[in-house]
Every structure is written in structure tokens, then in C-alpha cells.
Design a protein around this ligand. Structure first.
Ligand code: SF4
Length: 352
């Protein structure tokens, strides 16, 4: 099974070139040409020493060609199921922006997920393995290629696909570095959001990096008991401690942390819960991102979660805003395709 070229950073490729008997100076140019190809056919722009291209091609240089399934929704949302070198699959999503020349990407950090969030389709297949740095970068390249084909610019990415990014932190950080770096992915640090269910040591590790990405924390409930029903990780990390860790991140960056809150009918969408959430936010300058739920069938606990009605969702948002919180809705994307995280992969596995 050949390794992805995107698994190698510059210094590792320099070492590899030296081992093969070539000058390490070719590494930077090779990587730049590779990233510019957006995961398509990799053609070095300048002549290479004899035999070097063949050596480089011993790595997997065309991750995009491994797209197993591509679904396009009526609103332009494009969901990709990418086949990994070991034949496992992973989901990535391109979401068109309101502006018709921009798009956002959602990428995965693990194959499957061990977190067991009860409303999530990904968790139903369990955890299989961490993605490598190159496999994360390959998703970015695949989405950027999709965006360019649709005459859009990929402006932002969020780690909100399959998996918990803070449980694959080294690979995620190495990938973010390559994606953000002007010489390679050139997306920029501020265009990257890492979204977590609230693994406190991981949040503190992100804070310690000093790097300038955004942090989003999935609360989905304003009290520990409700949250623990929805997110088993809530039994380990209480909301107060998670928010304290988010405070530390926010203080170190000076930019608001986003609180993700998926509205579920009769579970977490009452006026009292909106007030409780507003109280938690209090003087914190955090933004609440209200998410529309895409149903995924019976949950692990046998619950058929439903999305809150538009009216209830609007009332919830109004209550938050009246209490001084900043709250906005994340648009529902691609409702006519397998929009929920993990759904496409699961359907594909069921069919094969
Ligand atoms: S919501 Fe995210 S963290 Fe929770 S099970 Fe799904 S993929 Fe994992």
C-alpha cells in the first residue's frame, strides 16, 4: 500500500531525496507542484533529474482519483466519499456560500468515530482508525478541486466531518499546517476551524500551539444530564470545565470560540434550555451556531431524533439573542442527499 505524497512534510521529503541520492533542494518545488495540482495528475513544472519522477510516483500522488461516490444536492452541496489506500472510505463535503464565487469545506479526521454521540450516523459504524496527515490533506485538495470546477474559491474548512479531531491531534495539526501554509495549501490559518465534542486536554493542547485557527465546541445541551444522554463524553468532561478550557483558548487568541448546538425536537430546544444556554454563555463573547438536524434513523439508544420545527428553532434563537447572546443558524445543506455526517459512508457500506 503506497503512502500518500501529502503524508510527507518538506523535511521528510528532503530526507527521502537524500536517501535516494538526489539533492534535498528539489523537495520544496515538488511539494508546491503537488499542491498546485489539487490532487489531480501531478506533473512537475520543471525538469527533474533522471529517475526522480519515477521515485516520487512510488508514492500515491493522485488521491482525488480515488473518489468512490460523489453526490451533488440541488443546492450545490457536494458530498464526496473518498477511498483511502487501504480501501476504507471517508466523507468530505463542499458547501456553496451565499456568494456564488465562494465555498466552504467540511473534512474528516478519523475513519468512523468512538465518541458515540447518539444522534450521529458516523458513530453507528464505530471507530476504525485515525486518518494520516496525508489523508486529511487529500480531502482538502479534493474539495478545492471540486470548488474550482464549480468556479468557486474554497475559502474555509472545518473539521466537522467524521471523527473527533482532538483524538488524532498530531495528524490534524500537521495537516492544518500544510493546508494553511502559503507555500502549499495556502488557505491561511484563520480559515480553519477545529470542532470538538469537548476533549479538555485536546483543547488545552490546541491553546498551547499558539496557532491561529478557530475553535468550535459542540455542546448540544445546556446541562450535563441532557448532554450526557446525547454525548457520552459529557460524563467525563462537565460543561463548566469545557467552557473554562474554551475560555483559555479564547483568551489566548482574542477571537470568539463557536458553540455548536444542534436543535433536536423536544430534547434540547425548549425556551428554558435556551435561557440556560444564554446563562452559560453569559459575558463570554462566544458565538452560538445553531444547527439543523438531518435525521439518520434510529440512534444507538433506539431514539428516532427529529429536527426542531422552524418555529421552535426561531423561538430558541430569539430567546438567546434577547438574553444578549450572539446566535446564528447554520444553513441546512444538501437535505436531498445523505447530508448527515456518516450517512453516505454507511449507505455505501450497506449497499456493498
Ligand atoms: S458527532 Fe462527531 S464526535 Fe460525535 S460521534 Fe459523530 S463524528 Fe464522532
Amino acid at each position: 500500500m503506497s503512502r500518500l505524497l501529502a503524508d510527507l512534510g518538506r523535511s521528510e521529503l528532503e530526507q527521502q531525496l537524500t536517501t535516494w541520492g538526489y539533492k534535498p533542494v528539489h523537495a520544496a518545488r515538488l511539494l508546491r507542484d503537488y499542491y498546485d495540482a489539487d490532487g489531480g495528475t501531478f506533473v512537475p513544472r520543471q525538469p527533474l533529474p533522471d529517475g526522480l519522477l519515477e521515485r516520487i510516483q512510488s508514492f500515491n500522488t493522485t488521491p482525488v482519483s480515488a473518489t468512490a461516490v460523489r453526490q451533488v444536492a440541488a443546492d450545490g452541496t457536494t458530498k464526496l466519499l473518498l477511498r483511502l489506500p487501504d480501501s476504507r472510505t471517508v466523507e468530505s463535503v463542499l458547501m456553496p456560500d451565499f456568494r456564488d464565487d465562494r465555498a466552504a469545506g467540511c473534512i474528516s479526521s478519523q475513519v468512523g468515530c468512538a465518541m458515540g454521540c447518539d444522534f450521529c450516523a458516523t458513530t453507528k459504524t464505530g471507530f476504525e482508525r485515525n486518518l494520516t496527515t496525508g489523508e486529511i490533506v487529500a480531502q482538502f485538495l479534493a474539495l478545492r478541486r471540486e470548488a474550482r470546477a464549480a468556479q468557486r474559491q474554497l475559502r474555509t474548512i472545518v473539521f466537522m466531518g467524521m471523527g473527533e479531531p482532538l483524538l488524532n491531534l498530531d495528524a490534524v495539526l500537521a495537516a492544518v499546517e500544510r493546508i494553511a501554509d502559503n507555500r502549499y495549501g495556502a488557505l491561511g490559518w484563520r480559515q480553519v476551524t477545529i470542532s470538538s465534542v469537548g476533549i479538555i486536554p485536546g483543547i488545552d493542547a490546541l491553546t498551547a500551539t499558539g496557532l491561529n485557527f478557530h475553535l468550535a465546541v459542540s455542546l448540544h445541551a445546556p446541562d450535563d444530564a441532557t448532554r450526557a444522554q446525547l454525548l457520552p463524553v459529557g460524563k467525563r468532561f462537565p460543561i463548566a470545565d469545557i467552557l473554562a478550557a474554551a475560555d483559555r483558548f479564547q483568551a489566548s487568541r482574542g477571537r470568539p470560540v463557536t458553540i455548536q448546538y444542534c436543535l433536536l425536537k423536544d430534547v434540547n430546544d425548549s425556551i428554558a434550555q435556551a435561557r440556560q444556554l444564554a446563562q452559560l454563555i453569559g459575558e463570554r463573547r462566544m458565538h452560538v451556531n445553531l444547527l439543523r438536524y438531518n435525521p439518520t434513523g434510529l440512534s444507538l439508544r433506539g431514539v428516532a431524533y427529529e429536527p426542531s420545527s422552524d418555529e421552535t428553532a426561531e423561538r430558541f434563537a430569539h430567546e438567546l439573542r434577547s438574553a444578549g447572546a450572539v446566535a446564528h443558524f447554520r444553513r441546512s445543506r444538501g437535505p436531498d442527499i445523505d447530508a448527515a455526517c456518516g450517512q453516505l459512508r454507511r449507505r455505501n457500506a450497506d449497499a456493498s
